[in-house]
Design a protein around this ligand. Structure first.
Ligand code: NAD
Length: 282
């Protein structure tokens, strides 16, 4: 009998997520009977306090695993039996797999962003990067940059406490790196010597229009990455493209976190290019 695989996504306001069709289509291409369910806290009138029951129920009902998104990535940790080393260091989980009666947490947001860098910024200078935003996505982005060998990273966030917390979380693991905090007012000076810029704030989404970076600070030899993927081309990426800079949209991070989660759930290596094409066509 062909085994069917059931996975799910827990978060708030996620009913239009593109993750279910990405997983189900890739599963179908591998001949799997693969169902991926949305578990939207808002729609179910639930909150993060219900996470233990949801995770336990998914395990009892035979789910293979869960993806976890905002606002549950930290709160879910208390519901798990173990964490991967990366998830432990980041203090955030976006993928839970049920194996041998245990719920184990992983983080594929960071590996998704890292693989996106590898795929699209081949040969780009990576010594000195300015990162805007030190929230949930920012933690994964900064870790990916440091894992890919960035030696100097400047964290800029409206909320300086978040930037300080991120530096304190990562600095012990990257003692050779220079991780500093700067104010928005310091952007002209910090960007003037940077190789790259990453936006890990929500700026550029429909609900947060515009860009946190004045276009006159962009230049052709400064690569620019965004984690926002709706729209695919944000105001920041458009301005960067117009000055001739290399750009990287948030689609790659969204796809590669799903690629890595699919492998964890199924044990099968997915076709990343096919998943990328499928996601960007949705
Ligand atoms: P968050 O609220 O946890 O963090 C955002 C941070 O940005 C906050 O610390 C906030 O203070 C800061 N910020 C906001 N506006 C700013 C500005 N103008 N200048 C400086 N700092 C500013 O949010 P999050 O979960 O990190 O999500 C951020 C964005 O990343 C969202 O658009 C989300 O959709 C996107 N995201 C994309 C992926 C992907 O796979 N591509 C994954 C996760 C999140």
């Amino acid at each position: 009998m062909i085994e069917s695989i059931v996975c799910g996504l827990i978060g708030s306001g996620i009913r239009a997520s593109l993750t279910p069709p990405m997983h189900e289509e890739e599963g179908r291409r591998h001949g799997l009977t693969y169902a991926y369910r949305i578990i939207d806290l808002d729609h179910l009138s639930l909150s993060t306090s219900n996470l233990p029951r949801l995770v336990w129920s998914a395990q009892e009902l035979g789910f293979r695993g869960l993806n976890i998104t905002h606002p549950c990535k930290q709160a879910v940790i208390g519901c798990l039996d173990g964490l991967s080393a990366d998830a432990e260091l980041l203090g955030a989980v976006n993928t839970v797999v049920f194996e041998e009666g245990k719920a184990i947490g992983h983080n594929t947001d960071w590996s998704g962003f890292a693989r996106n860098l590898d795929r699209s910024l081949t040969g780009a200078a990576m010594d000195n990067v300015v990162q805007l935003g030190a929230g949930g996505a920012g933690v994964a982005v900064a870790y990916a940059l440091l894992r890919r060998g960035v030696g100097r990273i400047t964290l800029v966030d409206n909320n300086i406490v978040r930037a300080l917390q991120l530096r304190d979380r990562l600095a012990p693991a990257f003692v050779a790196a220079d991780i500093s905090i700067a104010a928005l007012a310091d952007l002209p000076e910090r960007l003037s010597t940077a190789d790259g810029l990453v936006n890990a704030t929500p700026m550029g989404m429909a609900a947060h229009p515009g860009s946190a970076v004045p276009p006159e600070l962009l230049r052709p030899d400064l690569w620019v990455a965004d984690v926002v993927y709706r729209p695919l081309e944000t105001d920041l990426l458009r301005a960067a493209r117009e000055v001739g800079a290399r750009t990287l949209s948030g689609a790659g991070m969204a796809v590669f976190q799903a690629v890595d989660a699919f492998r964890i759930f199924t044990g099968i290596e997915p076709d990343a290019d096919r998943m990328f094409d499928h996601m960007t066509a949705l």
